[in-house]
Write a protein that binds this ligand. Structure first.
Ligand SMILES: Nc1ncnc2c1ncn2[C@@H]1O[C@H](COP(=O)(O)OP(=O)(O)OP(=O)(O)O)[C@@H](O)[C@H]1O
Ligand SMILES: [Mg+2]
Length: 241
C-alpha cells in the first residue's frame, strides 16, 4: 500500500477544470515536491487528498483509505499545513499547540511531551508564552508545522510552508522535514523555491491542472538539458502555457 495514490483525480469548478486527471504515486518516507505555477491546481489537489474537497472524478487513496468515502479515517493519519495561516493569532503559542494537540486526542503528559519535542526540533522553546500574532512570520510558520505534526502523522501535506519565510527559518524547516522523512514520514510539499525543490526525492510539475512531468530533480535537469532546476521548470512549464 502506497501512502498516496491517485488515478485520474479531477476537480471541476463549474465548467472550469482546476485539476485534470492527475495520477500520482508516492512512496513511504518520500519527500514529494508538488510544483507548479500559481493557479496550476496544487492547493485544490491537496485539499482533495486531505478529504476537504470532494473530487469531481477519478479516485485516490491516502494512508490506504479512499478519499471519497473514508476522509474521517484519513484525517487522523495526516498532518496538513494549509497555504493560508490557520492558527489563532490572538492566543499564546503554547495555547495553539495545546488546542491542536487536543483536537487530535493528545492530553496530559503525552501532549506536554510532544510540545516539548516539537518546540525543541523547531527551536521555538523560548516563544511558547508569546502571542502568536506578534511573532515574525517564519516563526508563525514553524508553529504551524509543529501543530500539524503533534500527533505524529504518517503523511504530512505542506502547502507552500516557506512562502515569504527567511533563510534561517527555511533551513530549520527543511532540516526537520528531512529528519521526519528519514524516519518514515511521507512528505507532500509545494514550494516555489527551486533550491528547496532540490531536497525533494521526486518532483511533479503541474501545468494548467495536469501533471506535465514527474521525476527526480537530477533527471528533470538532464532530460531538459538544464543546469538548474529553475531552468528545467521553465522549460517544462512554458511551452504548455
Ligand atoms: N472554490 C473555487 N471556485 C472556483 N475556482 C477555484 C476555486 N478554488 C480554486 N479555484 C481556481 O482553480 C485554479 C487552481 O487554484 P489552486 O489554488 O489550486 O492553484 P495553486 O496551484 O495552489 O496556485 P498557487 O501557487 O497560487 O497557490 C485557479 O484558477 C483558481 O482560481
Ligand atoms: Mg496554492
Amino acid at each position: 500500500m502506497k501512502p498516496i495514490e491517485t488515478n485520474a483525480l479531477t476537480k471541476k469548478f463549474g465548467y472550469y477544470t482546476a485539476v485534470d486527471k492527475i495520477s500520482v504515486s508516492v512512496e513511504k518516507g518520500e519527500i514529494f515536491g508538488f510544483l507548479g505555477a500559481n493557479g496550476a491546481g496544487k492547493t485544490t489537489a491537496i485539499r482533495m487528498l486531505c478529504g476537504l474537497l470532494v473530487p469531481s472524478g477519478g479516485s485516490g487513496t491516502v494512508a490506504g483509505f479512499d478519499i471519497m468515502r473514508q476522509s474521517d479515517k484519513i484525517r487522523s493519519r495526516i498532518g496538513y499545513m494549509s497555504q493560508k495561516f490557520s492558527l489563532y493569532s490572538d492566543i499564546d503559542v503554547i495555547d495553539n499547540l495545546k488546542l491542536y494537540g487536543s483536537i487530535y486526542g493528545l492530553h496530559g503528559y503525552l501532549l506536554n511531551n510532544r510540545i516539548k519535542e516539537m518546540s525543541g526540533f523547531l527551536e521555538m522553546g523560548s516563544l511558547l508564552q508569546r502571542k502568536t500574532g506578534d511573532l515574525p512570520w517564519g516563526w508563525q510558520q514553524r508553529l504551524s508545522l509543529a501543530c500539524a505534526n503533534l500527533h505524529k502523522p504518517q503523511i504530512l501535506f505542506l502547502d507552500e510552508p516557506t512562502g515569504s519565510v527567511d533563510p534561517v527559518s527555511r533551513r530549520i524547516f527543511w532540516d526537520f522535514i528531512i529528519e521526519l522523512a528519514s524516519g518514515g514520514t511521507t512528505i507532500f510539499i509545494t514550494t516555489h523555491h527551486m533550491d528547496e525543490a532540490e531536497y525533494c526525492h521526486r518532483i511533479s510539475i503541474m501545468v494548467n491542472g495536469r501533471i506535465a512531468d514527474v521525476d527526480t530533480p537530477f533527471a528533470l535537469k538532464k532530460k531538459t538539458g538544464s543546469d538548474s532546476l529553475q531552468d528545467a521548470f521553465i522549460k517544462i512549464v512554458e511551452p504548455q502555457n
